[in-house]
Design a protein around this ligand. Structure first.
Ligand SMILES: Nc1nc2c(c(=O)[nH]1)N[C@H]1C(S)=C(S)[C@@H](COP(=O)(O)OP(=O)(O)OC[C@H]3O[C@@H](n4cnc5c(=O)[nH]c(N)nc54)[C@H](O)[C@@H]3O)O[C@H]1N2
Ligand SMILES: Nc1nc2c(c(=O)[nH]1)N[C@H]1C(S)=C(S)[C@@H](COP(=O)(O)OP(=O)(O)OC[C@H]3O[C@@H](n4cnc5c(=O)[nH]c(N)nc54)[C@H](O)[C@@H]3O)O[C@H]1N2
Ligand code: SF4
Ligand SMILES: [Mo]
Length: 763
């Protein structure tokens, strides 16, 4: 296999410093301003950042963290954003541009040699481009011709199920609704999305246990909790404004337990740049307990906590009797702890587990927050179900200051699901859609992300359309996915910025440039707005203000509706032209999407509106049993043969998923390098390596038939780092070639990106 591009591993540049002691502070402000100035200049920065997350402005294109709401007594500050939100804005609002000359100068083969960082730094895409069969370079194409080529490609398939329509979570509700309508009117449910790789395990576990696949807390609930569990999540980097809420918890006397193989800076101490203590003082200490868990050990940990809580008689019987199902079986199965196995699986000592259980037992208001450390595991669904068991037995759902809080990634990933981006939308939704538009949606479930790649590999999917995202870099098994995408007859990427998926083309490939959140979306002399849903089910408006990166850009909605008209014909029952008025789309949403009645009026309220959540609102659980379900989950130990490590793939502080902003993982003290593997010093010594050495990483995946498959990612530098013993960490997407396509979570089919068995080889 080819060695990695050398630009990424400049040996002389890697700098390792001591991990940071506190997150944010003034340094964070300085970095965000510096990046903003670099990308968009001082004037644009001064105009744009004050609008970020304000009622009249635009929703942050970063993560899905909610904004304070007046209804809950929340105040929006003048700067209601974080360092990484500012970086996300700078990345989109950059003044750098990619023109037709750029594509004329750089062949696709040359571009494929570049790093993800380099590709992203070239600037905004400005006009539609096409790569025709046999061509070496992308060439300009006008919009009309582009839609014609795509429609012809799609109509040429033997069946609509030979096409897959991917979505990434930045897409607005209006665009997502129009897109799924186009896909279903065309005749398939093949709607893979980034959620399949993200919180799918949370959705699956929560639907089974409480009947709603979304979180049950508001910002006020979180801040009023007396105990917050932060499990498998790195908020200092990935949801920085959450640190403000955690600080609030501490100031009200609450406790925080952080469960993580890495001592992430943001979990330890926070210097809030918005108050005096953060600017001039030491900031606020956050985690009361830091449980440095072994990768994949969370299920064993929560089983032990639950057994201890049962032993302590800490069951909220009133809640359990009235609202739950299956408690007796759960209690009968969960009473005993095999301490040896628990200590082995978690890497934690018994005293610490008992201390954490004590905090759980004495808490009156517990919130459990989690992210990718739990979801991207083989037993991700089981683990989350066990966390739900903890909350159920303590009666911690559906009362103020308590509940489940899966912290979402992309700014509108939750909204996209609400709008129908799912390969298995329920009958209720499909029949409402059919009735509204006079179409007949297919009923057979479609393909999710991993199954799409499998289907491409087997020639069953031959056309790919991506509404945002970077399919080839976000998915596992990079080599297999690259081959899969290349085998397609048609690939279409609707994007704001250049990325690897553009340079891994099908036989015919198109790039359709689109407007981002920050940009003005004008129609008939008026600025249109779109709507989004945050991690706590608040639906609200977002309106961009900047002049678009190019006069050629179309909004996502316009791209969908023009493609639909071309593909489905002018006689189609859906009046696609009317979608130019987004109020018209919202009228349809109001009639089709559950709980969205009167949508146009309610999204115009200053803080939008909150979608209902029966467990949160009334302790009603729309599950199969009509109650909240206790579940029995059995840990299956992860087998790590001698001389091997368990690798997690994670984000640095200087990237947004596959978009690399820069090379500074500041809180972890790793500068100027991304091809690094973090390993505990004791493990390095035991394996006979030293920090700084160059290694190739080989993953070992045991297939269902017991055979071991190997995958490689070459030329990584070792970094001695205080991760849990036996564990390692490397950055995503550089480490994705190591994740086997078949390594997926039970039932949610989410790639297991956080537990890869690896060995190191001297390069
Ligand atoms: N700046 C920035 N913000 C982002 C993103 C970004 O890339 N950059 N991405 C967005 C998206 S799409 C998402 S989904 C979220 C992701 O947000 P996170 O889930 O915080 O992101 P990861 O970097 O994947 O970090 C996972 C954390 O889980 C820990 N972990 C790994 N394995 C285990 C385990 O077995 N048990 C436990 N308890 N912990 C474990 C890791 O050490 C790490 O701290 O962030 C969103 N926000
Ligand atoms: N190994 C490993 N793999 C992972 C993960 C991991 O932790 N480890 N995390 C997984 C997770 S949680 C996720 S969510 C996925 C992310 O997977 P994706 O959502 O597919 O990837 P992104 O990097 O977020 O997509 C970035 C691209 O989106 C485009 N874009 C940005 N803004 C817009 C917009 O407003 N509109 C349109 N149309 N396009 C836009 C830009 O062209 C940009 O290059 O990756 C997953 N993959
Ligand atoms: S916390 Fe998330 S949504 Fe809020 S400003 Fe930061 S990146 Fe944006
Ligand atoms: Mo995500």
């Amino acid at each position: 296999m080819r060695k990695a591009p050398q630009q990424d591993i400049d040996e002389n540049d890697l700098r390792i410093e001591a991990p940071g002691k506190a997150a944010a502070g003034i340094k964070g402000v300085a970095v965000s301003l510096q990046r903003s100035f670099e990308q968009m200049g001082v004037t644009r920065t001064a105009r744009l950042l004050p609008l970020l997350n304000q009622r009249s402005g635009f929703d942050c294109p970063g993560c899905a963290w909610p904004d304070p709401r007046a209804e809950e007594g929340g105040n929006r500050k003048l700067a209601e954003f974080c360092e990484n939100g500012a970086k996300a804005v700078a990345e989109e609002a950059t003044t750098r541009r990619i023109t037709r000359e750029f594509f004329a100068e750089n062949s696709v083969a040359e571009l494929a040699e570049r790093t993800d960082h380099w590709l992203g730094q070239q600037g905004r895409l400005t006009e539609p481009m096409v790569l025709r069969e046999g061509d070496t370079h992308y060439r300009p194409i006008d919009w009309t011709e582009a839609f014609r080529v795509i429609a012809e490609g799609l109509r040429g398939l033997e069946s609509p199920d030979q096409a897959a329509f991917y979505t990434s979570g930045r897409t607005s509700n209006e665009a997502a609704f129009a897109y799924q309508l186009l896909v279903r009117a065309f005749g398939t449910n093949n709607l893979p999305d980034c959620s399949n790789m993200c919180h799918e395990s949370s959705g699956t576990a929560l639907t089974e246990t409480i009947g709603v696949g979304k979180g049950s807390v508001s910002l006020a609930d979180l801040e009023n909790a007396d105990l917050v569990l932060v499990i498998g999540q790195n908020p200092g980097t990935n949801h920085p404004r959450m640190l403000g809420s955690l600080e609030e918890v501490k100031q009200r006397g609450g406790k925080i337990v952080a469960i993580n193989p890495l001592p992430e800076t943001g979990l330890m101490r926070f210097k809030n740049p918005q108050n005096f203590r953060g600017v001039a003082g030491d900031g606020t200490a956050l985690a009361d307990e830091f449980a440095q868990i072994r990768i994949g050990g969370d299920l064993a940990l929560f089983k032990a906590i639950n057994a201890l809580a049962l032993k302590a008689g800490a069951v909220d019987s009133e809640f359990v009797d009235a609202h739950t199902h299956g408690f007796a079986e759960f209690a009968a199965e969960s009473g005993n702890i095999d301490w040896e196995a628990t200590v082995e699986a978690t890497g934690l000592d018994r005293e610490q587990i008992e201390r954490i259980a004590e905090l759980v037992v004495s808490s009156e208001r517990t919130v459990a927050c989690w992210a990718m450390g739990l979801t991207q595991q083989k037993q991700g669904v089981d683990t989350i179900r066990e966390v739900v068991n903890t909350l159920l037995l303590r009666g911690m759902i559906g009362k103020p200051g308590a509940g489940v809080c899966p912290v979402r990634g992309h700014s509108n990933v939750q909204g996209d699901r609400t709008m129908g981006i799912w390969e298995q939308m329920p009958e209720e939704f499909l029949s409402a859609l059919d009735a509204e538009f006079g179409i007949s949606s297919p009923r057979e479930h479609g393909l999710d992300t991993v199954d799409t790649i499998r289907a491409m590999t087997e020639g069953r999917v031959r056309a790919f359309i991506g509404m945002g995202g970077n399919f080839v870099s976000a998915t596992p098994d990079t080599e297999a996915t690259t081959a899969a995408l290349r085998s397609c007859e048609l690939t279409v990427q609707i994007s704001t910025k250049l990325n690897r998926s553009h340079v891994v083309p099908g036989r015919t490939a198109l790039i359709l440039p689109t407007l981002g959140r920050t940009e003005r979306d004008r129609h008939d002399g008026e600025d249109r707005f779109v709507t989004v849903e945050d991690s706590m089910s608040v639906v609200h408006r977002s309106r961009g203000r900047l002049a678009p990166a190019s006069g050629e850009l179309l909004s996502e909605v316009m791209i969908v509706s023009r493609l639909a008209r071309e593909l489905l014909g002018a006689e189609h029952p859906v009046d696609w032209e009317s979608f130019a008025d987004y109020d018209v789309i919202r009228e349809h949403i109001a009639r089709v999407v559950p709980d969205c009645a009167d949508y146009n009026r309610r999204v115009r309220e200053p803080d939008g509106f909150v979608l209902p959540h029966p467990p949160r609102d009334t302790r009603t659980f729309p599950t199969a049993t009509g109650k909240a379900n206790f579940t029995i989950n059995t840990p299956e130990p992860i087998r790590v043969p001698p001389g091997r490590l368990l690798l997690q793939t994670m984000r640095s502080h200087d990237q947004y998923n596959t978009t690399i902003y820069g090379l500074s993982d500041r809180y972890r003290g790793i500068e100027n390098a991304r091809r690094v593997v973090l390993v505990n010093e004791t493990d390095l010594a035991a394996l006979g390596f030293e920090s700084g050495e160059l290694v190739d990483v080989v993953s070992e995946w045991t297939a269902a038939d017991g055979s071991v498959e190997e995958r490689r990612a070459d030329a990584f530098r070792l970094v001695g780092y205080p991760t849990a013993p036996g564990c390692a960490a490397a950055y995503y997407p550089e480490a994705n070639p190591l994740v086997a396509l078949d390594a997926v979570a039970d039932r949610s089919n989410t790639p297991v990106s956080k537990a890869v068995v690896i060995r190191l080889q001297r390069a």
